[in-house]
Design a binder for this molecule. Structure first.
Ligand SMILES: CC(=O)SCCNC(=O)CCNC(=O)[C@H](O)C(C)(C)COP(=O)(O)OP(=O)(O)OC[C@H]1O[C@@H](n2cnc3c(N)ncnc32)[C@H](O)[C@@H]1OP(=O)(O)O
Ligand SMILES: O=CC(=O)O
Ligand SMILES: [Mg+2]
Length: 364
């Protein structure tokens, strides 16, 4: 067991000191691209920069969705992009191959010396427990020291095995490098033996049905028309993820939504995650970037309301009535979360800033 006083000690001589706090950088869309796919890679330079059209995070994916014969090409493509690109305010992440794969060691021993100074976060798939994070933690420290890096790399774990979900709290607290968790619904479904064939989203068979109406004699009419309500397959896991991340001061994300054409359901799934406490989601196709940017930015109406409550609450204690509703110490804290997020996003998104500023000018 590592005693508390050693938690923030570097794990290799010469490695940078771990961060005491994970910075709250906007990361509404984590946009996946295959760095070995020339067409996708060519689009990366135009996706960099402030504003609501690009993603907050560009992630070069080396794991699933990259064919085995292309692993090396994709890794080299990522190095080339990392070297050639000035990412400005856009974060640059990678998803390495899984820890039991034949590629991951080369991923880390190549990426850290070559582009470790450009990378912000390393996403680790199929994390099973704290032992996986400890392995990556020590190896990164050794590689950072060797490469002379001055900024520690952060680590993001994908929650996509039943064991990972069972060990969620220890994963979040395994290292000061831990930046966040993403739900990996596709692998998680397979690992749990769920009877689905989709990448995220809902399922029409997962529902509850209204009780049968009864006739005048009180006999239930089972065959009569009854409303059904589709339920969210991912509610339990997302809620667990949000609590574990909040407890450890790190950030929860919804993962992939594979039905690219169904932008409406994608928006719904992202919004559920946003309302429950997630800060972003993955985008697999350029069309999903805009959806994530919209959903994970507080609405102008919510920000206006939150500012009114904060102004009315003065020092933040007591109770007031606004529009017929009671507001007190607890609701003002929710409003502070909303306004703090709006301010973070406005700092990197000029279009949003203009919208949020307009309500201030209008004096709402
Ligand atoms: C369960 C998991 O692990 S999820 C994470 C792993 N999966 C991924 O990373 C998938 C990433 N996305 C993709 O591979 C692709 O978007 C696909 C396969 C889903 C769809 O690809 P396509 O059929 O080519 O989509 P489409 O024809 O609409 O593409 C339009 C253009 O956008 C480009 N494009 C598509 N996806 C991306 C992307 N993620 N990033 C950048 N450009 C992209 C295409 O290359 C194409 O370019 P072109 O106009 O120059 O020809
Ligand atoms: O990697 C993501 C997933 O859903 O699996
Ligand atoms: Mg996966």
């Amino acid at each position: 067991m590592r005693p508390a006083r050693d938690f923030f000690a570097p794990l290799a001589v010469g490695a940078p000191a771990p961060l005491r706090e994970i910075p709250a950088r906007p990361s509404r869309a984590i946009h996946f691209f295959d760095p070995g796919n020339e067409k996708m890679a060519a689009k990366v330079p135009d996706m960099v920069g402030p504003g609501s059209n690009g993603p907050d995070v560009l992630l070069g994916n080396l794991e699933d969705a990259v064919k085995a014969e292309n692993k090396e090409k994709s890794r080299q493509g990522l190095v080339d992009i990392g070297r050639a690109t000035d990412f400005g305010p856009t974060q640059f992440w990678t998803r390495i191959n899984s820890l039991d794969s034949p590629w991951v060691l080369d991923d880390l021993t190549t990426l850290v010396p070559e582009i470790g100074d450009k990378l912000d976060v390393i996403m680790v798939p199929k994390v099973q427990g704290a032992e996986d994070i400890h392995y990556v933690d020590r190896l990164l420290a050794q590689l950072e020291a060797k490469a002379g890096l001055t900024k520690p790399l952060q680590v993001h774990a994908i929650l996509e095995t039943a064991r990972g979900v069972a060990n969620i709290e220890e994963i979040c607290g395994a290292s000061p490098r831990m930046q966040g968790l993403s739900l990996g619904p596709a692998d998680l479904a397979a690992d749990r033996r769920m009877k689905t064939t989709r990448v995220g989203g809902g399922h029409p068979g997962y529902l509850v049905r209204q009780d049968p109406v009864r006739d005048d004699l009180g006999v239930p009419q089972y065959d009569a028309q009854r409303t059904t309500y589709q339920q969210d397959l991912w509610h339990y896991t997302i809620a667990r993820m949000v609590d574990a991340c909040a407890m450890h001061g790190i950030y929860p994300y919804y993962g992939p939504f594979g039905d690219i054409k169904d932008t409406v359901a994608c928006e719904d799934q992202f919004r559920n995650a946003f309302l429950l406490g997630c800060v972003g989601a993955w985008s697999l196709h350029p069309v999903q970037i805009k959806i994530a940017n919209k959903v994970f930015s507080p609405s102008v109406e919510d920000v206006a309301h939150a500012r009114r409550v904060i102004a009315a609450m003065g020092d933040g204690t007591g109770a007031v009535m606004i529009d017929g509703k009671m507001e007190d110490d607890a609701s003002v804290k929710q409003c502070q979360v909303m306004v703090a997020l709006a301010e973070e996003l406005a700092a990197i998104d000029p279009e949003l800033k203009e919208q949020y500023d307009r309500i201030e000018v209008a004096g709402v």
